[in-house]
Design a protein around this ligand. Sequence first.
Ligand code: OGA
Ligand code: MN
Length: 283
Amino acid sequence: MVVEPATEQFGAYVRDTHLANLSEVEFRQVLVWWYKYSVLVFPAQNLSRDEQLAFTRRFGRLERGLKRSRGAGAGFISNIDSQGNLLPESDIGRQFNIGNSVWHTDSSYKRVAAMASILSAKVVPSSGGHTEWADMRQGYDALSKSMKNWLHDKVAVHSYRFSHAWHRGLDILSDEELDDLPPVEHPIVKTHPHSMRKVLFVGRHSSHIVGEEFRSSRKLLRELTFDAAQPPRTCSHKWQEGDVAIWDNRCVLHRARAHPPNEGRSMVRTTVAGDDPTNEWAV
Ligand code: OGA
Ligand code: MN
């Protein structure tokens, strides 16, 4: 097993290993690299759904999904059906996935945001379709001193209804499921529990800042996200079938990049719930 950093400060490839048969010693090494690089890509794993779930569980408890009927498990991020046929552009699942193209951290609209997300590529387009990540520790560090001072005690409201309304996120859930997702509050500056580094916790689910003017604070959150997610604080991966990636939602943002819309792209997503004593979103 060898690690190959993707940028100076975050993101790495882990080669010569097979995640389905990772020994405990190897897993502890993977954990160390995950803490260090925050995004790890494991090429050519070809995990089954059960193998991906088992690997995910090694990091913590699975996160419960949004639909009451489905519980926790592996979700598809896909524009094709089970036979491999392209879904129409009007398909609600396809519309829903458009939201992933905007910088975000998974489940920050939940009171307990996700710890880690794992994606594996099943079908990849001939070009594009990268996943891109942005390091929010460096994003915080790059802020001016006065902005750091101003933000240090600010709290943002994150809201599913706000961030998902424009791509049919309200149509995909029942009224009860939407009621499970009231607006929640997260500090804008968080401290990562392992590195103890300060992190800018923003992204598309953040709506406005508590106690500040609604429109201007919404605009500020957009600007903070945009400015932080710039090179050299970003890295991206061009997927090959079978690749697996894991990232730490507590300190990186991510987004999906465009690809030719007439080509299939199908990914399997599993999620590690945030580490929280209430286990509100854990299974
Ligand atoms: C996700 C996500 C990005 C992608 O799975 O949460 O945002 O590239 N995916 O598919
Ligand atoms: Mn996501």
